[in-house]
Design a protein around this ligand. Structure first.
Ligand SMILES: NC(=O)c1ccc[n+]([C@@H]2O[C@H](COP(=O)([O-])OP(=O)(O)OC[C@H]3O[C@@H](n4cnc5c(N)ncnc54)[C@H](O)[C@@H]3O)[C@@H](O)[C@H]2O)c1
Length: 291
């Protein structure tokens, strides 16, 4: 199945950049959120990323400024922002990127089932929730799968294509082909907690979180040492702030519930989330962010 038009639901930390990856591959995409300012923020993110990519091409002498400006305009012009489901009637592939809560995801999938054509694949960017349970909110669980991007979506090439109990083989094949069309690197995986990457990542980060709380070490000190080691671009606490502490906490809790004490839930992070401090997106987390 070729994807002639796609849609993304949720224009937050992930959604704006996800829409950008699709538009940059020449495919028109509808980007929906619940409020105009959130849609605008998603579109602004897509524009910023595209402008950054074009700037690099100009610096390398591969594009002149005029062509770069035209490229930015044409990529961003392929993204249609909306607060309604207008434009969903002829989409072939939808990626849902709303908050990591089952009741929100199921409500969105119920809507999507009603507003999209019957052949459309409905995919979730969920980091940890059950694809089978999400699919059960629709009349087409065979056409529901996971399509899990990594932050930042415009840069990270991997996509985990996740198979639920009811996902049919054709759906997985189409999702893999779509990921390749938008120049990503898909892997397929089973619906196990943490899929592949978060299971590996969280097993190591859990040890950092555990030692930080047991020893009372300053989180900024840990981040500084990790960053200076040059093994990864930034420390785990700053990274968690960028990812969104609510999302990181949810994944950590899910992994601990599923696999036991080899995974760790950071109580300081939990307190921050309970106080509404979700990291960069709210302006405060482990760090203060000038939004
Ligand atoms: N943040 C990450 O690093 C990351 C990485 C990979 C996967 N994910 C997953 O992606 C999903 C989204 O995460 P995020 O970090 O972008 O969340 P976010 O909180 O930054 O953004 C979610 C957006 O969805 C919108 N929304 C809520 N209900 C909606 C509805 N009914 N229709 C349209 N929009 C709606 C919200 O207004 C918000 O703008 C989650 O499932 C998360 O687990 C996140």
């Amino acid at each position: 199945m070729f994807v002639f038009k796609a849609a993304v639901v949720g224009a937050g930390t992930m959604g704006g950049q996800i829409a950008q990856t699709i538009a940059a591959a020449g495919i028109p995409v509808v980007l929906k959120d619940v409020q105009d300012d959130l849609v605008e923020a998603g579109l602004a993110e897509a524009r910023k990323v595209t402008a950054g990519q074009a700037k690099k091409l100009v610096e390398r002498g591969k594009l002149d400024q005029e062509a770069a400006d035209a490229q930015v305009a044409s990529v961003v012009g392929r993204i249609h922002g909306t607060t309604e489901y207008e434009g969903f009637g002829d989409v072939d592939f939808v990626i849902e990127a709303v908050p990591e809560r089952m009741e929100i995801k199921r409500a969105v999938f119920e809507d999507l089932d009603a507003v999209t054509p019957g052949h459309a694949i409905l995919a979730s960017n969920t980091s940890s929730l059950s694809i089978t349970e999400i699919g059960e909110a629709t009349s087409r669980p065979d056409k529901v799968c996971g399509f899990h991007y990594f932050f930042p979506a415009s840069v990270m090439r991997l996509i985990e294509v996740v198979e639920g109990d009811d996902t049919e083989a054709e759906t997985l094949q189409a999702a893999v082909a779509f990921a390749q069309t938008i120049r990503k690197m898909p892997i397929t995986c089973a619906e196990v907690p943490g899929f592949v990457v978060n299971r590996i990542l969280n097993s190591s980060v859990s040890e950092v979180w555990r030692v930080q709380e047991e020893e009372g070490i300053d989180v900024k000190e840990i981040d500084k040492v990790v960053q200076e080691s040059k093994t990864v671009p930034m420390g785990p606490f700053f990274l968690s702030d960028l990812l969104g502490l609510d999302t990181v906490l949810h994944v950590a809790e899910h992994l601990k519930e599923s696999y036991g004490d080899r995974f760790y839930v950071h109580s300081g992070m939990k307190e921050l989330v309970e106080a509404g401090n979700l990291g960069q997106k709210t302006g405060k987390g482990f760090y203060e962010h000038g939004n």
